[in-house]
Ligand binder design. Sequence first.
Ligand code: ADP
Ligand code: ASP
Ligand code: MG
Length: 410
Amino acid sequence: MKFGGTSVADIDRIRHVATLVKREVERGNKVAVVVSAMAGETNKLVAWTNDAARPDAAGLAALPDQREYDVVVAAGEQVTAGLLAITLNAMGIKARSWLGWQVPINTSAVHGSARIEGVPATDMQAAIENGEVAVVAGFQGVAPGTRISTLGRGGSDTSAVAVAAGISAARCDIYTDVDGVYTTDPRIVPKARRLEKIAFEEMLEMASLGAKVLQTRSVEIAMLHRVPTRVLSTFTPDVGGTLLCDEEDIVEKKPVTGIAYSRDEAKITLHKVPDKPGVASAIFGPLADAGVNVDMIVQNVSEDGKTTDLTFTCTRGELNRALAAIEAQSKAIGYRDVTHTADVAKVSIIGIGMRAHPGVAQTMFRTLSDKGINIQVISTSEIKVSVLIAEEYVELAVRALHSAYELDAA
Ligand code: ADP
Ligand code: ASP
Ligand code: MG
């Protein structure tokens, strides 16, 4: 069982979570629970690390040491793991807390966004077999050499699925503040519908294209290790829910299953780049070396046969690093100038049914054009189409597309 931040936001809610755990134990199940930090705690800790790294205004560019950043931001989960164990014990349920290094949840050394490499939870598994509930601090692990690591924002989902895989759990139930995965974010589209099931591949795209209900890596692990994973509501645990499943288990394949959006986008355009072999490599090589994940790319047709404009996107957090990498190579690339904006967002339609239905992308383009929304960049894969638009139109675009693909609830 995994409980997110809003589910453990205060002591009353932790008590409610404890009753859900108790219920599973009384049903005869052996349980490991993964908890997030209380709602808002991780944001507060992240902000403190930023403030500490900027003792004066001149230090604006300073970044905290990522290893110490992890020590700070992992603290939120330690608190909730302890509090839930205390609450369970007080209710007569045998329980103990397990921090990432105690389980252990072994990760890579990429602090701030470490990857789980293994969960050899022998002692914890023995304790569970012994009838004790294991309360695991989510989001954190241990990097080679015993330093504390964290898994990137939203990482407790990944902790939960990885622990489930590590102890060969029969189920992984992700409890959150919505009663399942919806056709789009129910907070911006009230007419969004809950999906009874969603294929792993679709959930992977939804998550990586911005639906924050599950962290992308958690879906990858669920798919790879075949962990039966469900998304449920902490507040109405007995209704609804969404099961992640194989594509074959979905009977009705609509062209579009869901719509995702991401505001964490930035766009960079290089003007008047020489139109000759090797130029893309001269641009994207340095970006890769700087650790920038380039997402969408367009290159315009050359008007004069000599120069062209090239546009690409990355996350907002990587914008400055990308600009620095480009400017450092300005001579080698040979562009006239660079423009950039963070005033963009990406909207994506996702569905395995897209493979069999022609004209799916066209419906997207027509719908956006009817609303007067300009498409700046397009990218597609077999089961998704993404467009980059001005950020101010995100909600309008998502709602219009939701209706156009007949996803609205009756
Ligand atoms: P938790 O703290 O439990 O991990 P999150 O806030 O990380 O919860 O994720 C749940 C939120 O994800 C929901 O409140 C909802 O606003 C958002 N969300 C975005 N897209 C979707 C979607 N397609 N289906 C359900 N929820 C979504
Ligand atoms: N507390 C962490 C975060 O806010 C991890 C999580 O909640 O999944 O990102
Ligand atoms: Mg989350």
